[in-house]
Design a protein around this ligand. Structure first.
Ligand SMILES: [Zn+2]
Length: 75
């Protein structure tokens, strides 16, 4: 495990390894729809619809281990 790269859900503190929600370019993360809504409400006092539309820095994404990614892409 590389803890330097770990991302944690701002609501439940779960480690995000594969996919999750990013807020405002990486200010905060959320691991699920429910946590996403909590982070919106608790941290930004908004809804996901507002976050997602406003500036484009909040989105759902998938992260891949860079080494794994390379080995998969290089056939
Ligand atoms: Zn969570």
């Amino acid at each position: 495990m590389n803890t330097e790269n770990s991302r944690r859900c701002d609501h439940c503190n779960n480690t995000l390894q594969i996919e999750g929600y990013v807020f405002r370019g990486g200010e905060a993360y959320a691991c699920s729809d429910k946590c996403r809504d909590h982070v919106c409400a608790d941290k930004y006092n908004t809804t996901w619809d507002e976050e997602y539309d406003d500036d484009g820095d909040s989105y759902y994404t998938e992260w891949e281990d860079s080494d794994l990614c390379h080995s998969l892409l290089e056939k």
